[in-house]
Design a protein around this ligand. Sequence first.
Ligand code: 6LW
Length: 498
Amino acid sequence: MKTYKNPIIPGFYPDPSICYGNGYFYLVTSSFEYYPGIPLFKSDDLINWDKIGYCLDKKNQLYLDNAKTSSGLFAPTIRFFNGWFYVITTNITTNQNLLVKSKNPEMGWSDPVIIDGWSGIDPSLFFDDDGKVYIQGNSYKSDEPLGIFQAEIDLDNGKLVSERRLICKGTGGKAPEAPHIYKKDGFYYLVMAEGGTEYGHMSTIFRSHEIFGPYIGNPENPIITNRSTPSKIQCVGHADLIQDKRDNWWAVCLGVRINGSHSYYHHLGRETFLIPLEWREGEWPKVSNNGVVDFEMSGPLINDQKAKHGEKIYEFNQINKIPKDFAFLRNPEFKNYLIGEDQLLLRGTPDTLDSIGNVTFLGHRQSEFHMQFKVQFSDISSNVNFGVSTFMSNHFHYDCIVRGNQISLRKKIGSVETLTESLSFDTLENISLIIESDEKFYKFLVEIDNEQYEIGQGECAFLSTEISGTFTGTMLGVFCYSNTYETVGVKRISYKEL
Ligand code: 6LW
């Protein structure tokens, strides 16, 4: 037995789904209005994960134009069958469920096949021993009862080959969703999420001898939940189960790290957690710690969890493409992000962070409460406004913004807006903008000639999901605007957890 720390993938990485194929574990998460879509991770031990890219990283695979906040790509499922990896997900912006496949996830994914006649969110796939494949998802039509639906599907063309049937209503919790089916000891087991993705969230399990049911619930449901516990991890649910190379079972699930006391908030987003389980032949699975996810857990792991790497530094004179740690908002115009010899040149558009248009923005997930994010600028054109942002959505963000030689902090909290008094500087040469944070506050600083000046502070709570109503988490971003499409250079970005 070895101990490990949760979350196994910190920061805004919700709705995890996991599979094992070609000797490795692969894990995907939702990405909403961010581009590229569906972050993809790889691991050989379940606790050390490398982000290897994205499943939808070409513009023709992913339509996100004018995607509203927390729309775009919802919960994906990843499965491996007969040498192929499959990822199925929902684009809420186009109202389509779509499937991509790959023989080698590192080398890219196919163009999407749209699943005709299948709406709703949280699509999943189950490959039966007889070669038949089934799609599951949740109800979507107002005349459908709440529950999990299923049909047989032909994956080559994305066509349904049976009718869509309700297979399980859950235990009666709100929002029955996130279904996944596994076959074990002659049973089909159906795991789902109920209670909504908020503080009532839970995972429940059902089983049947027939793929279409009837599914009977585990008398000990829910099998995973942190609701009503004093844990600083809450909203746990949306689990996917996996068997490791030595036949031990595990669940990955989402959860949030909360702040506050009686009235909680979270702003890092929903993150990915791991919990071990024991699953004896013919029995219901028994999840460790009574199904309560903890910060430190132990299980039959093959490796130790590596220490986190300290500071991440992105020197744009040494890299020739945008690193995969960064995300764009919606469908980016790549000509507005040009990596030259010694800097990244950002070209502004008239669209601002308040809009759902074509704003020039590069975001890095905030993965810990205590951190520093720093951006060094160069070659500033006269008609460009630029800065750094703690960005939760186009309605909720704090921006340290440079206009001319004036620097101020603009806070946008829904319809409430504030602007601090500006500091002005004679020269902005080699200026760096810095965001520092703890659990409660963001602090914005400017560094010029090795001197730092504070521009202002803002509460993390006002960007939280509880205030902003988002499915996402805080991004630390660099942005620029320009009515005349002018540019600003970025020489270096660094991110460190403090
Ligand atoms: C997702 C649903 C959920 O599709 O939140 O927590 C939705 N569960 O299953 C968006 O992430």
